[in-house]
Design a protein around this ligand. Structure first.
Ligand SMILES: [Zn+2]
Length: 332
């Protein structure tokens, strides 16, 4: 049975390295300059002629990194987790130690040759999306286990995570915009899609939008309450409902979503209790008859500026306003 390897990639170095060997594969011709030819032939074979994805582990002074890495076997699945969520996974086809190749792949500085020399190679990388808390619950591990350092779990404990990886569709990682676009286009052209494919696409699209807001733009505060949250408590919410967006609108990723928090703002916007007016001020939309708590939350926010509003986003906010059925009540 395959094992799950938990690979944190939150720090800045890891985020930079992701771009070099996980968001895109590493060319086999580069790998061939370092690995023995039988391993290169094996990689070519097992990856069906495509280039593999590569990640590296630090041995650490007490060899704890190496001990974990040595547990990795062919068919095990690495889960890449950043900011509290697993976002990508890849099936492992080979491990190999090589300081020089590590240095080459990640352009490491001369003085620290190959700081991630314990390499593992993956034939594919695909998006997943679940929180560490959810995964800990599935695995029956400590709820507050926050995935410090690279860890390979036992076969038994790994099983539910491996199932999640199996269910994830084989798709390119979220940041590949071209593939994201063509996947949506294919779906809209009705190329034999099924519900399963549709939901995989939705995950891919959502992954891309989240990536744009919370990694590319590093948005940390909610556009409504302006409070700062970790990305796991933030939502890339569609200003215009996704279901009624045209293809062009869905691809307008710089304007179609707004970063909102899970502590009320997303829900209040989605349900139309809060709207943004043509000047970018947050106003009350539908009125709320009961529940003092929600009313208080609304009162705290209305009349403040929505720092996400801009003229290019106004058409979407306008659509949201007009889709709110009840007559608008203006404050201030
Ligand atoms: Zn908020």
């Amino acid at each position: 049975m395959p094992k799950a390897a938990l690979q944190p990639v939150t720090d800045r170095e890891a985020q930079a390295n992701l771009k070099k060997s996980i968001f895109k594969p590493v060319p086999l011709e580069v790998i061939a300059q370092y690995l023995p030819s039988e391993k290169v032939d094996y990689l070519r074979e097992v990856c069906g002629g495509r280039d593999p994805y590569v990640w590296g582990v630090k041995p650490r002074s007490d060899d704890s990194g190496r001990k974990q890495w040595e547990k990795l076997g062919i068919g095990d699945v690495a889960f890449f987790a950043a900011f509290g969520r697993a976002v990508l996974c890849g099936s492992i086809v080979l491990r190999h130690e090589d300081e020089l190749l590590a240095k080459r792949i990640w352009n490491e500085a001369d003085e620290e040759i190959g700081s991630f020399p314990l390499l593992y190679f993956m034939s594919d990388v695909k998006p997943v999306d679940f929180s560490k808390h959810f995964a800990n619950r599935l695995m029956g591990t400590k709820p507050n286990d926050n995935w410090q350092g690279f860890v390979v779990k036992s076969e038994e404990v790994s099983a539910p995570l491996i199932r999640l990886a199996d269910e994830a569709d084989l798709s390119p990682p979220a940041p590949a915009l071209d593939q994201f676009k063509s996947a949506i286009e294919q779906l809209l052209n009705g190329i034999s899609e099924t519900d399963r494919k549709g939901s995989a696409l939705r995950r891919l699209e959502q992954g891309h939008l989240r990536n744009h807001l919370f990694q590319t733009l590093a948005t940390k505060s909610c556009a409504f309450c302006k409070e700062t949250f970790d990305p796991e408590f933030m939502v890339a919410a569609h200003v215009k409902k996704r279901a009624v967006c045209s293809l062009k609108e869905r691809l307008d990723f710089e304007n179609i979503v707004i970063p909102l928090c899970n502590f009320g703002c997303d829900d209040l916007f989605e349900k139309g209790y809060l709207i943004v007016d043509h000047a970018g001020l947050i106003q009350q939309g539908r009125s709320l008859e009961q529940s003092e708590g929600a009313k208080r939350r609304i009162r705290d926010i209305i009349g403040t500026n929505c720092n996400w509003w801009s003229p290019t986003r106004e058409p979407y906010f306008k659509f949201h306003r007009t889709s709110v059925k009840e007559p608008l009540r203006k404050f201030r």
